[in-house]
Design a protein around this ligand. Structure first.
Ligand SMILES: NC(=O)C1=CN([C@@H]2O[C@H](COP(=O)(O)OP(=O)(O)OC[C@H]3O[C@@H](n4cnc5c(N)ncnc54)[C@H](OP(=O)(O)O)[C@@H]3O)[C@@H](O)[C@H]2O)C=CC1
Ligand SMILES: O=CCCC(=O)O
Length: 289
């Protein structure tokens, strides 16, 4: 297995496709905006004209797309995945979507004889560049086993979670927790600042105690400077909160903390911060001086 297709060259897709190419795979890419494909040609990566063209060329194709709408349109749209998927080919969707979207894609792929795996990831731009993602796969176990050489390049650990939908749900639960934590940090930084404390000292104290975590350590110093270079875009984190709340609705789980966090991400989006890092939710509580 060394010929791999890759659909979607955003922050994550570009890093993942490059990693595969740099580690012995021959990668063929497609992206909605052609310019992002052109950048990769100098690294020996090939370009497919459409999702269907990539599927036609490659036995295995990975997708890393923004949201459920994008994931569905690349599969069901004109010159989409379904036009070429067939017996003997595998489609691996690593986008963060809800379980229903993933199941819809799985059924369509299988109805054409293809194999399907969902495999969303934890870890952001840097772990994607460094091959340190955490892969949350579910679907056809045989395809999971065949994809392990690629997953071992992309990630530090892969999980096989069973039926399609379980990977999507695990990813959404993880991001719901992360989104709530980011809001707690934002409010804490603002409270410290406005009550006359040194925010760097707050970060030091947090880092020594029971709630120390890599995210506070990584994002905190930039947040103090009101700097939010996009690694995980805020609009995607808000999408994940929305999907988590829908999963909570389906299971009748009361989630007031997640609901409040979603409101803060929505507010930050409405303030124009959707394309910045999700730590820009800090701006929704920050006082402008
Ligand atoms: N960034 C991160 O830290 C992480 C992100 N994720 C998840 O991975 C996925 C990708 O994230 P990321 O790379 O950050 O996102 P980006 O916004 O950087 O990239 C999104 C990609 O989706 C494509 N796209 C969007 N809409 C459509 C459409 N209608 N049809 C076809 N293609 C479309 C974009 O194409 P175009 O270039 O033309 O706009 C681009 O290739 C998301 O589901 C996100 O939640 C998961 C883990 C970490
Ligand atoms: O979905 C994005 C996850 C970002 C991360 O795990 O750091």
């Amino acid at each position: 297995m060394n010929e791999v297709g890759f659909l979607g060259l955003g922050i994550m897709g570009k890093a993942m496709a490059m990693n595969l190419q740099n580690n012995g795979f021959n990668v063929t890419v497609w992206n909605r905006s052609q310019s992002k494909c052109d950048e990769l040609v100098k690294h020996g990566i090939s370009i497919g004209e459409s999702p269907a063209a990539v599927i036609g060329k490659c036995k295995y194709t990975i997708a890393m797309l923004s949201d459920p709408e994008a994931a569905l349109s690349v599969v069901f749209g004109k010159a989409g995945v379904l036009e070429e998927i067939c017996n003997g080919k595998g489609y691996i969707d690593m986008s963060t979507v809800d379980a229903e979207t993933s199941k819809k894609i799985s059924e369509a792929i299988k109805s054409k004889g293809g194999c399907f795996l969902e495999a969303p990831v934890s870890g952001s731009k840097k772990p994607a560049e460094d091959g340190q993602l955490i892969i949350l796969a579910a679907g056809e176990k045989a395809l999971y086993d065949e994809m392990l050489p690629a997953f071992n390049v992309l990630g530090k650990k892969s999980y096989f979670l069973g039926l399609v939908g379980n990977g999507a749900k695990m990813k959404i639960v993880v991001n719901m927790i992360m989104g709530s934590m980011m809001n707690a940090l934002s409010e804490g930084l603002e409270l410290a600042d406005r009550s006359g404390l040194d925010c760097h000292e707050l970060l030091d104290v947090l880092d020594l105690g029971a709630i120390a975590n890599p995210m506070f350590k990584l994002k905190g110093p930039a947040m103090i400077k009101n700097s939010y270079p996009p690694a995980f875009p805020l609009k995607h984190q808000q999408k994940d909160m929305r999907l988590a709340l829908a999963l909570g609705d389906q299971n009748a789980i009361s989630m007031p903390v997640a609901a409040a966090a979603n409101e803060a991400f929505k507010k930050a989006r409405s303030m124009g911060f959707g394309d910045l890092d999700f730590s820009a939710v800090h701006e929704s509580v920050r006082r402008y001086k």
